[in-house]
Design a protein around this ligand. Structure first.
Ligand code: HEC
Length: 210
């Protein structure tokens, strides 16, 4: 093949490749980056991350879902304790609580509630519980009723020993729910415990009670 024709052919292949790459490239990424470039002067990594997150939320509204708010709309969930009294009064720098700010108190409440809300999500979701018969806890314990976390530890006859709340959760996972028990430290077990305790807010502890 004459060299000129070969060169022309090679050049066309290159042009076609370039066009294919250009068409296939996700230009929204570059647009996001370019739009975010002016933010690099923002002070501190957190501000920058927050600004990028806000930008991403604006450009991807359909992908933003506040799962905590959604779960709270679906199910009544007890709020965590209000610790705002720690900000009043005489607490100064010398007092251990005096060093905390409104922001700290907000973070404690939000984080505690998030774990409880995650527990609610699992409690109401047979798949998350690993149920082989599509059963979730709320079918027998609507809103966490009849779980009596305040009565643990107690002697459970069906297990023949003194058990903790997590043992009864596992008993229900294995029996009515027909799933595989969770390890005590499994994030799902921790969230379920958090939710069940939270729903009994205000109930006095009375271990051993039947
Ligand atoms: C099909 C109905 C059913 C489902 C579904 C079910 N449970 Fe139960 N649960 C029971 C029954 C019945 C008991 C009482 C057992 C007993 O004390 O003899 C019980 C007891 C409990 C207790 C102890 C209550 C007490 O008074 O001490 C806890 C905690 C509990 N369940 C949590 C759960 C959790 C968490 C789930 C989901 C993983 C769940 N249950 C799913 C029927 C169910």
């Amino acid at each position: 093949m004459p060299t000129r024709i070969r060169n022309v052919l090679l050049a066309s292949v290159c042009v076609i490749c370039a066009v294919v790459v250009w068409v296939a490239y996700d230009h929204s990424v570059a647009a996001d980056c370019a739009a975010g470039a002016h933010l690099t002067s923002a002070t501190g990594g957190k501000d920058l991350a927050d600004a990028h997150m806000e930008q991403w939320k604006r450009t991807n509204p359909q992908r933003v879902k506040d799962w905590v708010a959604e779960e709270k709309e679906r199910h009544a969930i007890m709020p965590p304790a209000d610790n705002s009294h720690l900000l009043k009064g005489e607490q100064g720098e010398s007092h251990s609580y005096g060093r905390f700010t409104e922001r700290d108190i907000l973070i404690w409440a939000r984080e505690a509630e998030k774990m409880v809300v995650e527990g609610s999500r699992i409690f109401h979701d047979g798949d998350a519980l690993g149920s082989t018969v599509a059963v979730s806890c709320d079918m027998c314990h609507p809103d966490g009723s009849n779980t009596h976390p305040e009565t643990y530890p107690k002697f459970q006859t069906q297990l023949g020993r003194v058990v903790l709340l997590r043992d009864m959760i596992n008993w229900c996972i294995e029996n009515p729910v027909r799933g595989k028990r969770f390890e005590p430290d499994d994030a799902k077990m921790r969230a379920l415990e958090a939710y069940i305790y939270a729903q009994r807010k205000g109930t006095p502890l009375e271990y051993g009670k039947h």
